[in-house]
Write a protein that binds this ligand. Structure first.
Ligand code: BGC
Length: 407
């Protein structure tokens, strides 16, 4: 194979993703900030993070200069609405400047409205299952729309399935449960009650965004790429519904579905098999599975009856070895090309992550295309950034390794 550029649309998005809490710093009014400080050392602190709140222009310029044409970032509800019904014009103006900065650099902004962190007061009101949840979230979304009028891609809620899992576990911990979150243990299943509440919030938010903008609206699902062991097909279908298909069903009526993929797991007769110890495991303890992206795209396409265009909103690897990042991504892109060649409608590829960011309680797992010195905040692009920018410039030709992956 020489190149599969013809498989991809001419307006294919090539970019990288981030989230506000993981890069901005000092998100002090959020439930996550509070949880970090109450965790008695279990969670590392986000602190100043990467100070991207002030340095977003530099971050975006690095992506644009490398050759990328899109940047997914989030706006932070805890900053925009620090107290119920008190909206900050200054914070909205800040995020508006980010949108304009991206556009000015030739980066298509893909804007996430909620990425795991909420205002403290929202959590105190009962969070997503509280009586005010849908109303509160839609009012925030309505206000956010005042700066989103010309944005083409909007994500309402990032990974509602993981959010349901996190919120359920946070509630269990508050009640005294001792939960081990390691990659080597079988994970609990995301709470159906919270999941259904998130679907309601999402549907209401989509209606608001459709009313106020002409953007394509969707949400992103953490695709587990679950594969059944022989004999475990029934349990696989049940777990796949609880982990993903509840959220795929919740995407009906959307304009696209965000696909987020890192690894793949087997379901046996006892449930999802934890990642076995292996020298190839990534820094998050996950199995090295670049083929997961192909499985994820095909499963998401099938689960939405081939009705929803897919946007890869996250895919990447936690590693200190940038050569490995390039190898992983090359192979993942090979599987993306193959899925497209087989008829799956994929609109873009946004790598996770632009920067080595705060990985929800930990700093060690580095997913970034750009390293950051957390003392000086100096940014150092890794070879993978130039490499991905080059892939983008060539319209997606993945190179020799990608060709091998496609077999
Ligand atoms: C999240 C990101 C996270 C990444 C790697 C996704 O679950 O959306 O915020 O950093 O995966 O764990």
């Amino acid at each position: 194979m020489t190149s599969r550029t013809s498989d991809l649309r001419p307006d294919f998005l090539w970019g990288a993703s981030t989230s506000p809490h993981q890069i901005e710093g000092n998100n002090v009014n959020s439930d996550w900030w509070r949880m970090e400080h109450q965790s008695q050392g279990i969670l590392e602190l986000s602190g100043d993070a990467l100070d991207s709140y002030h340095r977003y222009g530099e971050d975006m310029r690095l992506l644009a200069d490398a050759g990328l044409n899109a940047y997914r970032f989030g706006i932070e509800w805890a900053r925009i609405e620090p107290e119920p019904n008190q909206f900050s014009k200054a914070e909205l103006a800040h995020y508006r400047r980010m949108i304009e900065t991206a556009r000015g650099l030739g980066l298509e902004p893909v804007v996430t409205l909620h990425h795991f962190s909420s205002p403290r007061w929202f959590a105190d009101e009962g969070g997503w299952t509280g009586p005010t949840a849908v109303d509160r979230f839609t009012r925030y979304v309505e206000r956010a729309c005042t700066i989103l009028h010309d944005v083409n891609w909007i994500v309402t809620i990032n990974e509602p399935n993981i959010l349901a899992l996190m919120s359920g576990m946070a509630a269990a911990v508050a009640e005294g449960a001792d939960i081990n979150l390691g990659a080597d243990v079988r994970m609990p299943t995301p709470s159906k009650e919270i999941g259904e509440a998130l679907v309601r919030a999402h549907r209401a938010a989509v209606a608001v965004v459709h009313e106020h903008t002409s953007a394509k609206v969707g949400w992103t699902v953490a695709q587990q790429a679950l594969v059944p062991a022989p004999g475990a097909e029934k349990l696989h279908a049940e777990l796949k519904w609880a982990w993903e298909d509840l959220y795929h069903d919740g995407a009906r009526g959307d304009d696209f579905l965000g696909v987020q993929s890192y690894t793949s797991q087997t379901v046996d007769e006892k449930g999802i098999v934890a990642h076995p110890d292996h020298p190839d495991n990534t820094l998050t303890g996950w199995a090295y599975r670049p083929d997961a992206l192909g499985i994820a795209l095909r499963q998401a396409w099938e689960a939405t009856d081939g009705q929803l265009p897919l946007l890869v909103t996250e895919n990447g690897i936690a590693t200190t070895d940038d050569t490995r990042r390039i190898a992983y991504t090359t192979e993942a892109l090979g599987h993306l090309h193959q899925a497209v060649a087989d008829g799956v409608d994929v609109r873009g590829y946004l790598h996770w992550s632009a920067l080595d960011n705060y990985e929800w309680g930990h700093w060690a797992p580095t997913f970034g295309l750009i390293a950051v010195d957390r003392e000086t905040f100096a940014r150092t692009p890794k070879p993978s950034l130039a490499w991905l920018g080059d892939v983008a410039r060539r319209g997606g030709a993945p190179g020799a390794q990608g060709a091998r992956a496609e077999g």
